[in-house]
Structures are given as C-alpha cells and as structure tokens.
Design a protein around this ligand. Sequence first.
Ligand SMILES: [Ca+2]
Length: 407
Amino acid sequence: MDRGNLSTKSSLFSNRAFFKKSTALAVKQKQTSAGLQFAFGAEKGVTFMKPLHGAAGSALAVIAAFLFCSQVALASRADRVVLRGLEKPFAVVAAPDGMIWISEKPGRIKIFDSKFQLQQTLTAASGNFPDFVFFGEGGVLDIAFHPQFSSNRQIYIAYSVLKNGEYLTRVNRFVFSQGVLSDHRIIFDGPGGTAGTHFGCRLAFDANGILFASFGERRDMHKAQDMTLGHGKIVRLQDDGMIPRDNPFGSRNPIFSLGHRNPQGLAFRPSDGRLFSSEHGPTIYDAPEGGDEVNEIRAGQNYGWPLYHHRETAPGFVAPIAEYTPAVAPSGIAFYTGSKISEWTGDLFVAMLRGRYLLRLRIDGGGRVSDQEKLLSGRYGRLRDVETSASGAILVLSDDGRLIEVR
Ligand SMILES: [Ca+2]
C-alpha cells in the first residue's frame, strides 16, 4: 500500500488537485432515450406490463392475454406478513449464517433467526454506531457482509453522521463476533450537505471482494457531475477503504460511475457479475410527472443527472435499461438467487415506494430488459427493500414496518 493511497483514505475528495474535471459536460444535444418504455395493464387485481415495440397493435393484445393467463397460473404464489412493527426500516439483508438483519433508520439493527424470531438488537443508544445521527432520510441505512464473513466476521454498515456541520452517509466496518460489534473503522465518508434528503445508500460486494457504495447528490444536483465530489456517485473501494489501483478514474479517485440523483438500489448479478442500480430520478418539480430509472452500472460511465434523465440521453451518457414515468420511487433491489421459485431464478426484483409494488425484471445476457411484471401491487403500501432468504423465499420490507415473505 503506497502513501498516496493512505493519504487519500477518508478524505478522498478533499484534495481537488488529484481529480480531473469531467469533459462530458460539453455535450448539449438532447435526444430520445434508448431505454424501454412500458405499457401497464390491470385485470382483476393482477397487473402486468410488457415492452412496447413500434407496431404493437393487436400483437400486444395477444401477448397481454397470454401474460394475464400465465399470471393467473402463478396466482398460487403465497405472500404473508412475517414481521410487523419495524420502525422506519431501510434494509433487509440475509446473513451468511442464515440470520436476517434489518436496519431501522432511527438507530437500530435487528437480527432475526430463520423463523423470524428476534435474537438481538444492536442500537445507537448502546454505543454500537459511533457518531450516529438520525436526520431526514438518513440514519442506519444499508448493511453488507464481507464475502469472507464466515472467517473474518467483518460487516459493513452505512449510517449517517454529522461532520463539520454537514450530514453525510458514512460507511463503517466492524467485526461482529459473539453478538458484539467491535473494531470500528471508518471505510468511507460519503457526500455531505445540510438537506435531509438524497443520502443513498446501498452497499454491494463483487465476487472479488471489492466494495461498491451508492450515494445521492444531497439535493445539490450539479455536484453529481463534479468529479471532485462524492455527490451522486457510485464509488469502488477495497474492503479496507483504500482505492483500488485499477479504478476507472485512476488510483486516487474512488468514483466508479457519476451522474446519479439518488440511487437506493445496488446489486450484482451472480451469474455474470454485472452491476445494476435503481435510481430515484426527477420529481414533478424537475420534469413532467417525474421519472425513475433502472441502470446497468459500468466503469467510468456518466448516467446523466442533472443534464439528462429518464427518457433523455445524449452521446457520452448512459441511458437507463428501463425508465418509469410517472415516478414510482424505486428503492432496494435484489436478484432472486433461490431455486424454490424456479421461474424467477436470476430475475431482478425492485421495491417500489411511490408505486407500491414489487417489480420483477428479466434482464438478458446483453443487459436488456426482456420481460417485466408487477407483483404485490397495492397490497403492502410503499416497499423499501427486497432480498432472497436462505430458504429461497423473497423477503420484502414495507416502509410501514412489515416484512413480507413471498414463496
Ligand atoms: Ca440517468
């Protein structure tokens, strides 16, 4: 580890001389997005959607009828509430040992066994989360287990802190052993601001043990294009917080991708290691009806915000693989890695807040959406996060404090 890397850790954006300005800002011409647009339909409580292709017409009706029939066949899929009374939950994470960890933004992590019995609560009040603050959309956010957790017991927790008068999302590493969090180490400080919104944050490890973290622009939109700042970025870090030498903008810049508004979903597809993200796009104040995105995240790419968003793109910017207008407020995402629901294995699930449904997306080998389906529509209110359980069920966290099991 060289001194350059050491000196940049935890104050990564403080020395502007290390960073290059993005040149993509020069692109002005707006054009129509290559992202798919979707038609929605609903019959008798079952809702479906399919990509609209040029001359759809009666062919779409046939496809829709087929889809409707196929979903009636799936209607035996059971969903049930397995937990209630969670307070402002943000993340549900399946631990390598079969336990289920749920974060609550006001300052708790609750650990449940596979039968949903509470085993332990870690609280800020007990000093488990140094410097923690609960503020606006901040608080205890995402949790990620190190890929070698079984041997090194390392766990990563993103939560909000107040630093130099600004609120920010901090990624922290702990050792969790025998029910105790210890060896606290600050891995990364996300972007600061005084706004109570757009904190991000999701964490995801790739197969090589590299950590990715997503951060919102803290309601300071133009900073999402500033390569010296963490606002509206997805960053790529070693598990100790150092910057990998092969990062796309060099060994002193943690940025992996830029131009994000508030990405609150982040997941690697296990089958091929491709990275996907959900993003809260513009609200009705920024664009008619607002609009949201699902993106494939690639090294060094610019996802547009605030210059281009959801239905727009331009040369040098990456369009979403799917966009949703009006806004549906996508939050946590997860690939279904179980085999019990074999027809869904490998599909991406997206928890929708404003949309109040669970989206199933099939994404082909080229990163294109080939099918999508609305599930649980309106059944459980605003949905915050989704995860595959050790038993092969899908766990869905509602914003009003319920955990729903789909199997
Ligand atoms: Ca975008």
